[in-house]
Write a protein that binds this ligand. Structure first.
Ligand code: ATP
Ligand code: MG
Length: 593
């Protein structure tokens, strides 16, 4: 292939687009890769489309290599399957809905679990047909609340989604591992820094889920990693290690004390230091207090309840972790004044374990942070205005209805894997989700009744895995991770061309030599972007080559008179004079290296 700058449909721009904040977004627009059509909706221009197609091909090759088979679903989908799975309503404002001329409901597919499940149900009926993995590379639609950074988070975007179908859990595990390995090969090849994090499995519980995050400061996801071992997890998925339970023999009995005007933890700690100094000599801290936060919770089936979270007073409840813990479709808010009023045993600002628990008059389900283990000693509300209890011991004086791990995760918290043994601590970093692999289990097969006959002629529900990657997001992430002050700077596997050949000046001989080099490179299977524009200054051509970001730049110009051309490495800026007669071999070697 030879792309000629004289005819290529591209216009590089000097100014940043007004709506762009993220560097990759600015450069993809300025270098002529994408154009905005509407908020979060982009047109792929020839250069951009070439990169997108290369990313897709890398993914396709690895999917094919694990025996997954490509098919293609429509983007315009009927409502019924999404009603059956509950997602027509669950998605809320997140999907594009439309009606046909008869008034029937349709949606633009945000993801295709339902359709994949139904097509397998349609065609297969026996365990002998499984395992099966099928995938598509297709345009998805989500009415994202905050589309941003160009194609990084679009409302229309490309996704590769694959699904595995197995008769049993061991089969699912094997399909999952195959996809995981393929994803590692894909991300290694795409050429950006990534980390595999344990993700939260949501309401499905127990099932395994991992995300591949690009390590980018512009990412919207916060994850934590261990300072010592290779543990990494989404903040939602961090399991707080519980300390070992301790004996409470010999601990003093609990005692309620007057703590007037101490509705906040800070005022309480200050008052304790003054009125009840600790016997061990150290000062009281917020972590010595047990804070009880009450929420009103509404479940998807309409059921409501009050739930209290008891956690060390130096931590807030992380609402994202609570959301993940409560499960899909569950909504919650702090208990309202009216709900407080309806529960007179709850004393706002002084709520303690004494009033909490399903068996108490207020009927509040009481869930404890994992740090609140048997034998731990707390200062907490005495359920009387202006009073707290000291030396209240977990296991001896109170218990919860269960545990819940929704306290905020902080830098320096012990690593759940090696914190106890090696002292590893968590540190947070930013990333963006590039891929997600997920053991779905039987959720969709149950909802849509996908069953096959097993070896004994018995109907069994199929178990599924789902595996997604966003090729369009990947283009932005790769650009973001590789660009420099001069412009885009593509890794070789995804660059829109292998070589950017620039002919400078007005000399006929220069253009003739460049033309010959382009033709010979092309004959060797090298993709050439050839700047053959006759009346454009060398300065403009070099600037364009820099911003477009093809990894190797060959300049044919003045030095041709001495029989040499210049070969530049776009990334390092290294320049080399190469004999014109050897340049084709030289470039082929560089490109194939
Ligand atoms: P995010 O948390 O970033 O919104 P998600 O959890 O909604 O992502 P999935 O539903 O798991 O994403 O979709 C699979 C893949 O599709 C993601 O890993 C990502 O690469 C891509 N993707 C999802 N939403 C978008 C989007 N709005 N624009 C571009 N790519 C997207
Ligand atoms: Mg996800």
């Amino acid at each position: 292939m030879i792309l000629r700058m004289s005819t290529l449909f591209v216009r590089t721009l000097r100014d940043d687009p007004a709506d762009a904040e993220v560097p990759s977004h600015k450069l993809l627009v300025r270098a002529g890769y994408i154009r905005r059509s509407a908020p979060g909706i982009y047109t792929w221009l020839p250069l951009g489309l070439r990169v997108l197609r290369k990313v897709e091909q890398i993914i396709r090759d690895e999917m094919d290599a694990i025996g997954a088979q490509e098919l293609l679903f429509p983007a315009l989908l009927p409502r019924a399957p999404y009603d059956a799975s509950g997602r027509w309503t669950e998605y809320g404002d997140g999907i594009f809905r439309l009606k046909d001329r008869k008034g029937d409901d349709y949606l633009l597919g945000p993801t295709h679990e339902e359709m994949f499940t139904l097509v397998v149900k349609d065609l297969y009926s026996s365990y002998k047909d499984l395992p099966l993995s099928i995938y598509q590379i297709q345009t998805k639609y989500r009415d994202e609340a905050r589309p941003r950074a160009g194609v990084l988070r679009g409302r229309e975007f490309v996704m590769k989604d694959s699904y595995s179908f197995d008769v049993d859990d061991a089969g699912l595990q094997a399909s999952y591992e195959k996809h995981r390995d393929a994803y590692i090969r894909i991300f290694d090849k795409l050429g950006f820094e990534y980390v595999i994090v344990k993700a939260q499995a949501g309401a499905m519980g127990g099932s395994k889920s991992e995300e591949f995050l690009a390590r980018l400061a512009v990412g919207e996801d916060t994850y934590v990693r261990c300072s010592r071992c290779d543990y990494a997890a989404n903040v939602e998925a961090v399991d707080t290690p519980a300390p070992a339970p301790a004996s409470y023999d010999g601990l003093p009995a609990a005692h309620a004390e007057q703590t007037p005007d101490t509705p906040t933890i800070d005022t309480l700690v200050a008052h304790l230091d003054e009125a009840y100094p600790r016997s061990d000599g150290r000062a009281w801290t917020a972590a010595d207090t047990l804070k009880n936060v009450v929420f009103s919770v509404r479940h998807p089936d309409g059921r409501t309840e009050a739930v209290a979270v008891g956690l060390p007073g130096d931590r807030e409840v992380d609402t994202k972790r609570l959301e993940a813990e409560l499960g899909e479709g569950v909504v919650f808010e702090p208990l309202t004044e009216a709900e407080f009023a309806a529960r007179p045993t709850l004393t706002k600002g002084y709520i303690g374990p004494g009033a909490l628990g399903e068996d108490k008059p207020a009927g509040v389900r009481y869930l404890l942070d994992p740090r609140v283990v048997e034998g731990t000693r707390w200062v907490t509300g005495a359920d009387v205005h202006g009073s707290h209890v000291l030396d209240l011991v977990a296991g001896r004086d109170f218990t919860g209805d269960g545990t819940i791990d929704v306290g905020e995760v902080r830098d320096g918290d012990p690593c759940p894997v090696c914190g106890a043994s090696d002292g590893g601590v968590l540190e947070s970093a930013r990333g963006i989700e590039m891929g997600h692999i997920f053991q779905l289990g039987r959720k969709f097969a149950d909802a849509l009744d996908l069953k096959v006959l097993d070896e004994n002629g018995k109907l069994v529900t199929v178990t599924m895995g789902s595996y997604g990657i966003g090729p369009s997001r990947a283009v932005a992430a790769i650009a973001e991770g590789t660009l420099d002050e001069q412009g885009l700077c593509w890794p070789r596997h995804v660059a829109p061309a292998d070589v950017h050949l620039v002919a400078t000046g007005k000399d006929e001989a220069v253009f003739a030599a460049a033309e010959r080099i382009a033709t010979e490179l092309h004959a060797q299977g090298v993709e050439v972007l050839y700047d053959d524009r006759p009346k454009v200054s060398p300065g403009v051509k070099f600037k364009d080559a820099e911003i477009i970001g093809v990894p190797t730049i060959v300049v044919v110009g003045r030095n041709l008179a001495e029989g040499t051309v210049e070969v530049r490495d776009r990334r390092t800026g290294e320049r080399e004079e190469v004999a014109a007669e050897h340049v084709v071999d030289h470039v082929v070697r560089v490109v194939r290296a």
